[in-house]
Design a binder for this molecule. Structure first.
Ligand SMILES: *[C@@H]1O[C@H](CO)[C@@H](O)[C@H](O)[C@H]1NC(C)=O
Ligand SMILES: *[C@@H]1O[C@H](CO)[C@@H](O)[C@H](O)[C@H]1NC(C)=O
Ligand SMILES: *[C@@H]1O[C@H](CO)[C@@H](O)[C@H](O)[C@H]1NC(C)=O
Ligand SMILES: *[C@@H]1O[C@H](CO)[C@@H](O)[C@H](O)[C@H]1NC(C)=O
Ligand SMILES: *[C@@H]1O[C@H](CO)[C@@H](O)[C@H](O)[C@H]1NC(C)=O
Ligand SMILES: *[C@@H]1O[C@H](CO)[C@@H](O)[C@H](O)[C@H]1NC(C)=O
Ligand SMILES: *[C@@H]1O[C@H](CO)[C@@H](O)[C@H](O)[C@H]1NC(C)=O
Length: 528
């Protein structure tokens, strides 16, 4: 019996380790103590965002359960952003019974140029998500002939602040993508400062409490293709936007695939989304904004307040499947290691890149309600940030700087000791691509004298990058984190473990452990 068992083990081992031509090996040296380049990561780094005019759609048990589920993994309240293009054109109508009414526009309520009227009940949304804090947007109205604009803007701010309650206001954004405003930069800056002073007066803020505003919210395309001279953060800040010194956040938007770049099939998933080089290539723009923010006022935190995979109508397997989840994981970890203080994942019911679809208002386009495959990046990212102690992070140099593999190390901010390593294998794999799934085989050297054991948890999909999640794809499209998945159909956003908790604990021997990460999978190794 003994030899038979042994033979069985050898066969199993051979099967599990049969070589695939996409196998890669990496030896990674991880500092046991935080290097000086490690960057502090806020406990509330991870965020969701909701487009202003669609806030009401998100007031569902599914949304509340998902937010609680992720928020409870964080040691500080999550900050939800309510804002966006529609948020600059909303007007409050005190006698309107409906929460939200689309009142003007070319394709109400589907176009980003539509105008919405809000009744008082709209603001009940701010009483939901009680465990979260929020930023909201003071409307700034893009048109030159916006009569009585400050009064309209203050009506929104007053209702939102009352409903949220003082302690849950994380910030108040001054408009959105101001380069689109008809009236130009000077008028924009002057309106922003007017809103600041009126808000402070209305809410009775004093001293440091007045530092509550989110500045800029500029699109990144401003820097790439449009009007960087006028609307880059450096220029806006020098141009008196923070003249009052009340700036708390400076914000920029980011879509990995901008609206101008259309993708029709999933063939470019690897090149454009699941690609560490394509992700980091976009960072010089973000880093120059961080630099100019710090140079102007080092108390202002730089955040990416509106982020998505692909803004166009990309197919499900592109912008919201498991491939996009791997993009999101890498994008967030690059962002935190380069000094971004929050990433807010933006959503509306008919946006394919949304982490979840709250209701059926997106029709056949998004087929809600549904938790999308990309959602699974949320617990991965929040668990990497951690819930017990504050952390600081570095990107680990991977020899050869591959496009399709990345690694990050998280340290305890107090003791400087290594706590976790994230390993992201971005190489695309799905069953139709090849019958065998290649993998990255990593030797992690963390030095002796540190951890004795490590726990490995995986962000996994049997179907690889093609998995769209249980709600949209059924039982063979599951996407899990440590064995847990979130669905609308089965758990209404509370999460469940189809096969129980999945994690594995290994010994650290001589300061070294080996970890295997299949293609299109990501893991977190936690040291004990
Ligand atoms: C406000 O809403 C009421 C009730 O629907 C409507 O009669 C009125 O015309 C609206 N006011 C404006 C200015 O749109
Ligand atoms: C400004 O707003 C207040 C409160 O919402 C309202 O009572 C007042 O009539 C408005 N003023 C103008 C000029 O519209
Ligand atoms: C706004 O408030 C600041 C600080 O109190 C003050 O210095 C500034 O003059 C005010 N601006 C306007 C336009 O009232
Ligand atoms: C990854 O992105 C870089 C930069 O855009 C590109 O040059 C490279 O070909 C991409 N890699 C793959 C495997 O598509
Ligand atoms: C932190 O997360 C761990 C692992 O998910 C969990 O066991 C623990 O209860 C959490 N601690 C707190 C304080 O929330
Ligand atoms: C996927 O999840 C569903 C719901 O929990 C479960 O019934 C099914 O067995 C899972 N599929 C696989 C292949 O594990
Ligand atoms: C432990 O690791 C060191 C350095 O990596 C190596 O020189 C040494 O031979 C290893 N010892 C054992 C027992 O494997």
């Amino acid at each position: 019996m003994f030899p038979l068992l042994l033979l069985g083990q050898i066969i199993l081992a051979t099967l599990a380790y049969s070589k695939d031509d996409t196998d890669t090996t990496y030896a990674l040296e991880i500092n046991g103590k935080a290097p000086s380049s490690a960057v502090d990561v806020p406990a509330n780094f991870f965020s969701f965002g909701i487009e202003t005019a669609f806030f009401e759609n998100f007031i569902t048990d599914l949304s509340e359960n998902l937010v609680d589920s992720i928020g409870s993994r964080m040691s500080e309240p999550m900050i939800i952003r309510v804002g966006g293009t529609s948020g600059d054109m909303v007007r409050v109508n005190e006698s309107q019974a409906e929460a939200t009414a689309c009142v003007a526009g070319n394709n109400c309520p589907h176009s980003s140029k539509d105008t919405f009227s809000l009744g008082p009940s709209y603001f009940d949304g701010f009483k939901k998500f009680q465990n979260a804090h929020m930023t909201f947007q003071a409307p700034m109205y893009p048109h030159s002939n916006s009569d009585n604009w400050l009064n309209h803007s203050m009506a929104y701010v007053r209702h939102a602040a009352n409903a949220l309650g003082h302690d849950r206001i994380a910030g108040i954004a001054l408009g959105n993508e101001p380069d689109y405003y008809e009236y130009g930069k000077e008028e924009y800056v002057s309106r922003a400062l007017d809103i600041e002073n009126k808000t402070i007066e209305m809410l009775g803020l004093s001293g440091e409490e007045r530092r509550i505003f989110e500045l800029g919210d500029i699109p990144d395309s401003v820097i790439q293709t449009r009007d960087n001279k006028n609307y880059g953060l450096a220029n806006l800040l020098q141009g008196k936007l923070d003249n009052n010194g009340f700036g708390k956040f400076a914000a920029q938007h980011h879509y990995q695939i901008p609206g101008s770049q259309q993708v029709s099939g999933k063939e470019k998933l690897q090149e454009l989304l699941m690609n560490h080089t394509a992700i980091t290539e976009r960072f010089p723009i973000i880093e120059s904004s961080i630099k100019s923010t710090r140079a102007n006022d080092d108390k202002i935190a730089f955040v990416l307040s509106e982020v998505g995979s692909a803004i166009g109508a990309a197919p499900v397997s592109f912008s919201r499947g498991f491939g996009a989840a791997l993009w999101a994981a890498d994008f967030h970890l690059v962002s935190m290691s380069r000094g971004v203080k929050r990433v807010s994942n933006t959503m509306r019911p008919e946006s394919t890149h949304s982490f979840w679809i709250p209701d059926n208002s997106g029709g056949q386009k998004t087929k809600g309600p549904a938790v999308q495959g990309i959602f699974i990046a949320s617990p991965f990212i929040t668990d990497f940030v951690g819930n017990a102690s504050l952390g600081k992070v570095v990107e680990v140099q991977v020899p050869g700087q591959p496009d399709l593999f990345s690694a990050y190390a998280m340290y305890n901010r107090e003791s400087s000791k290594i706590e976790r390593v994230a390993l992201i294998n971005l190489r695309e794999w799905y069953p139709d691509l090849s019958s065998s799934r290649g993998r990255a085989i990593i030797t992690l050297q963390i030095g002796s004298g540190g951890a004795h054991s490590a726990t490995i948890r995986r962000m996994h999909a049997d179907k690889g990058s093609n998995a769209v999640g249980y709600d949209l794809g059924g039982y063979d499209n599951n996407v899990t984190w440590a064995g847990e998945q979130w669905t609308s159909k089965i758990d209404n956003g509370k999460g469940h473990f189809p096969r129980g908790l999945e994690e594995e604990t290994v010994k650290v021997e001589n300061g070294t452990i080996d970890v295997t990460v299949p293609n299109s999978e990501a893991v977190i190794v936690s040291f004990e």
